[in-house]
Design a protein around this ligand. Structure first.
Ligand SMILES: Cc1ncc(COP(=O)(O)OP(=O)(O)O)c(N)n1
Ligand SMILES: Cc1nc(C(=O)O)sc1CCOP(=O)(O)O
Ligand SMILES: [Mg+2]
Length: 215
């Protein structure tokens, strides 16, 4: 995947695991979100009630197959072993995970996404070989309990003004009411959890976000 293809894939990025779907079936949620136009998916099985062990791998494998059928890039959160086992297209790591340079070295053919909260972390991620950045939290979020202080779209502007042109998504508290400023600040796309996974209709939620970010 070249840089433009990655930018296109990052346009509407769903990050999700079973704890984010309430009573809904995560497979059905992902199926609906794909029908609604998501362009990338991250399997992030975290939080209260998260699956572990074989159940987690089994769900990951089903979601991976669904993404493959629809040609939606499949990214695994945090875990290199799981990314390899599921033959993922990539991995997303944060500042508290394995060092980006080491992950880049080990997973040469995978997309490596790195979380950045300021221009210094963004610059370091670029130097360590990240393919894209996740910058957050854009707004207050109840999904990630250990999220940092809200950065806002202004942090994306600062990162861009610092000369970093790497593909980049905003994440954290983004929904249809506040997605536009994230794109206007210089993001290639938005990454969302609850705005799609917890929506009454994940398909309609994705369609609505798609219209907003492509306006
Ligand atoms: C696209 C994207 N951006 C940021 C994150 C957050 O990663 P991290 O800081 O490692 O936190 P956890 O998701 O692991 O709790 C992400 N997952 N995806
Ligand atoms: C996974 C994640 N990372 C964040 C960061 O700031 O890096 S915020 C976040 C959770 C985003 O969930 P929601 O779209 O429901 O607010
Ligand atoms: Mg992480």
């Amino acid at each position: 995947m070249n840089s433009q293809q990655l930018r296109d894939a990052l346009r509407l990025y769903l990050v999700m695991g079973s704890p984010n779907c309430g009573r809904a079936d995560p497979y059905a949620v992902l199926e609906a979100a794909i029908a609604g136009g998501i362009t990338m998916f991250q399997f992030r099985e975290k939080g209260s009630g998260a699956l572990e062990g074989p159940a987690k791998r089994e769900l990951g494998a089903r979601l991976r197959r669904l993404c493959a059928q629809h040609k939606v890039p499949f990214i695994v959160n945090d875990e290199e072993g799981l990314a390899l086992e599921l033959e993922a297209d990539g991995i997303h790591i944060g500042q508290e995970d394995a060092p980006a340079a080491a992950v880049r070295q080990r997973l040469k053919n995978m997309i490596v996404g790195v979380s950045a909260h300021d221009p210094e972390e963004a610059q370091a991620a670029l130097a360590e070989g990240a393919d894209y950045l996740g910058v957050g939290p854009q707004y207050a979020t109840r999904t990630k309990l250990d999220a940092r202080e809200v950065r806002g779209p202004a942090m994306i502007e600062r990162i861009r003004q610092g000369g970093i042109r790497l593909p980049l998504v905003g994440i954290g508290g983004i929904d249809a009411t506040n997605a536009a400023p994230v794109i206007q600040a210089g993001a290639d796309g938005i990454a969302v959890v609850s705005a799609i996974a917890a929506a009454g209709s994940p398909r309609e939620a994705a369609e609505k976000l798609w219209r907003i970010i492509n306006r």
